[in-house]
Design a protein around this ligand. Sequence first.
Ligand code: ASP
Length: 336
Amino acid sequence: MKKYFWGLSLPVFLIITSFNSSKPADNPIVIVIHAGAGNMDLSHSKPETRKPVEDKLNEALELGHKVMVNGGTSTDAVEAAINVMENAGIFDAGKGAIFNSDGKVELDASIMQGKDLKAGSVAAVMTIKNPITAARAVMEKSTHVMLVARGAEDFAKAHGLEMVDNSYFYTPGAMNEWKSLKDKENQIRKSGQNFLPETNKWGTCGVVALDKYGNIAAGTSTGGVTYKKPGRVGDSPIIGAGTYADNTSCAVSCTGTGEYFIRLGVARDITNMIVYKGYSLQKAAAEALAKVKALGGEGGLIVLNKNGQFVMDFTTNAMNRGYIDQNGKKEIKIIR
Ligand code: ASP
């Protein structure tokens, strides 16, 4: 019995040892970001006005990529890159976000990881400096997926997240826009009509990432749409609408008129088209956006799968966007 044991197990042991000594190759690392889709007056789009946006997209991309090169996960990269954009003061996320009709900033964010379908989100929060970090805390430190308003803020505070006064988020641009909309509303109300503001502000931030462990993740952070009603929640914090990630299909982050993305469950719809209809990323993205357009909405999205293939698509004339692909190639673009 003993002889048999050695006779059989030694070669097996050697084979196992030699397998272990050859380290498996790392998976590709990819990061794709957007900072909102919209219709801009292209005659006003000059290189010098685009530069600050391009510089911040570059900083976010580089940081998210570095996080993964240094061994961080796609979830770490999504959070780090979105934090850069939330702190920038020039996007509709975190500092710089648009005002609601009460003249306050109310923020939404969500995050999801493709390896285990874990997700977290916060909505209508007014004092959490980095809503994407709060969304991650909900995912990792609670048994829930979504917390809103005061409950989300209490949770964030209890978990040591940085809290700020609502005025921290104000920027002169967002404040001036609110004031002129308020004046317009007052005039229109005087004439007995309803005020329906155009929801054309853009700057929502989203990231999809693939790490060297072969896992994808997605995240989205926003201040929502122009002059929204207090308490209005868009698609960005809704898992399946503005954000979704599943290693078996893809990671998605959307931007645009959120009500349409909610009604169509756009992010989840894309994964379903890939899994159940065998669509390519390109075809699924285009079809999802065509459905949004058919209902009267507009927007864009970024999609990435675990092979490192990705798509950035939009129905508007511009979308702030960029990527670093698996060969290290980087590109940042705003207009088509
Ligand atoms: N989708 C966001 C929302 O509806 C806004 C945007 O992406 O511009 O809240």
